[in-house]
Design a protein around this ligand. Structure first.
Ligand code: G3P
Length: 215
């Protein structure tokens, strides 16, 4: 499973890119709204920091508006793909954009039916939202498993991005469920490094080395 960072924050993206562990970025209007800079100014900088897919979401909800916004966003950089919600108008836009070679990431996916519709419209990526399903007492990881199995049976090459990841246990769970990509908030990505035995192990190696030097 590839790791993307789920943020519009440039400092977080710069840090995660420097660690060498991410190969893409996803954003959404809520994440973009947290930043001081205009999103139109942030997006090209994200593309300079990460040489991989960068998802930017349309705000329009009508077909014409979505296609117009998508074309403008896609023109910013070759790695930009367009996040479009799973609605009938959205899928019409996905179909048009796929015909123009513009990749899309269909978002706010909460069922296998929605994922299948997105794939058949021509989406490059679908994003099931794990945490938001868990929030309402459903099982987000099981949905990822279901979508991955369905795509495999039918030879669908749309990639599954496990999104709305809330904690470190979600990450191996969606990887084992077969997600092609997990998009991770920065805080969770940082926590993935942690293990108390790593910390105590480093301490012990250093202490043993110091002891040997003194002896
Ligand atoms: O990638 C989608 C993600 O940002 C949504 O996460 O935590 O708002 O459900 P959350």
């Amino acid at each position: 499973m590839k790791l993307f960072l789920d943020t519009a924050n440039l400092a977080e993206i710069r840090q995660a890119a420097a660690w060498g562990v991410i190969c893409g970025v996803t954003t959404n209007p809520s994440l973009a709204a947290r930043e001081k800079e205009e999103f139109s100014a942030i997006l090209p900088q994200i593309c300079d920091l990460v040489d991989g897919p960068v998802s930017a979401e349309v705000l329009a909800q009508d077909y014409e508006g979505m296609v117009t916004e998508a074309r403008q966003l896609a023109a910013i950089h070759k790695n930009v793909n367009i996040k479009i919600p799973i609605t009938p108008e959205g899928m019409q836009a996905v179909k048009t954009l796929a015909g123009e070679g513009i990749k899309t990431n269909v978002t706010l996916v909460f069922s296998a039916n929605q994922a299948l519709l997105a794939a058949r419209a021509g989406a490059a990526f679908v994003s099931p939202f794990i945490g938001r399903l868990d929030d309402i007492g459903h099982n987000g990881v099981e949905l990822v498993e279901e979508i991955v199995a369905l795509f495999k049976i039918h030879g669908i090459d749309t990639e599954v991005i496990a999104a709305s990841i809330r904690h470190t246990a979600h990450v191996p769970a969606v990887a084992l469920a077969g997600a092609h990509i997990g998009t991770i908030p920065f805080k969770v990505l940082r926590q993935m490094f942690n293990h108390p035995l790593t910390d105590s192990g480093i301490e012990r190696f250093l202490a043993d080395w110091q002891k040997a030097l003194k002896g």
